[in-house]
Design a protein around this ligand. Structure first.
Ligand SMILES: [Zn+2]
Length: 279
């Protein structure tokens, strides 16, 4: 989908296998920047290169022009096909240094953040070629640039991209969605990063990894307010339930999931990890 002449968003559907019987359908957006060369922001899950390359061909360009892949962070649906795309194109991989271990050693990520069906979502580890940092300006040629905004919280090295000339802000997974899976490393930092997005009035189009594009200022404000109130609601539920010592594994997580009216399959180590970041 064309957002601006040189900025496109491609939706990639995938499934998380929760158990042999239960599948959770999700999607992730890949951002394509058609500059002098082609830059991708994120790569979708394992095997997404076919869909990305087809989309590039439909737009009259070739996948061999991919020169750079920026990874907004290390989670499986963002890095899944990065190694394969690097192998096929020789592109450079850019990411924030705080994401290094989970991108370059996916076995460590799987152990520390065990997303169900992890190996179906990520092809393999990939080496970062250049680190990016807060405030850095990336130049794509054709008078197109983007500023890196470090947005910790969802993960330690999550980054957002701000395209000043096009007035487009890409927020990756930084905006929590109302009633969606609690899925972050640090609740306090997540709210701080959300505040940075809220007070930035200098964009007209807001993009994220898990929503359609937003261009209506009222809808954007509502999205951000709902994300904030969802995290505040989780904060209250966590503080009411996480007390003392658990007598049973994930006991506090179970009580909090129940209180929030979330489905029982969210009683799992990833959600527990997010809840504990409130304490
Ligand atoms: Zn993520």
């Amino acid at each position: 989908m064309k957002i601006k002449e040189n900025i496109h968003l491609l939706k990639i559907d995938f499934n998380i296998q929760l158990s042999p019987e239960k599948v959770l359908p999700r999607f992730v957006n890949v951002l394509l920047i058609f500059g002098e060369k082609i830059t991708l922001v994120d790569t979708g899950v394992k095997g997404s290169e076919e869909k990305i390359f087809s989309y590039i061909a439909e737009n009259g360009r070739s996948y061999s022009e991919i020169e750079t892949v920026i990874l907004s962070h290390s989670h499986p649906d963002h890095i899944g096909s990065a190694a394969r795309i690097k192998e096929l194109t020789g592109c450079k991989i850019l990411a924030h240094p705080a994401e290094k271990t989970w991108i370059e050693e996916i076995a460590v990520q799987e152990k520390e953040r065990p997303v169900p069906g992890f190996s179906n979502l990520v092809d393999r580890s990939v080496t970062i070629d250049e680190f990016i940092e807060n405030g850095q300006i990336l130049d794509f040629g054709n008078n197109q640039t983007a500023k890196i905004i470090h947005a910790p919280g969802h993960s330690a090295g999550s980054v957002n991209l701000y395209f000043r000339n096009e007035k487009v802000l890409f927020t990756a997974d930084s905006i929590p969605l109302k009633s969606d899976i609690p899925n972050y490393d640090n609740a306090h930092q997540l709210l701080v990063s959300l505040h940075v997005i809220e007070k930035n009035s200098d964009y007209e189009i807001l993009l994220s990894s898990w929503t359609p594009a937003f261009s209506d200022a009222h809808e954007i404000k509502k999205l951000l307010a709902e994300g904030r109130s969802w995290i505040e609601m989780i904060d209250k539920a966590v503080k009411a339930n996480y007390k003392g010592t658990e007598t049973e594994y994930l006991e506090f997580c179970r009580a909090t999931v129940h209180q929030l009216g979330l489905p029982p399959f969210l009683v799992n180590p990833i959600v527990d990890r997010s809840f504990r970041s409130h304490l």
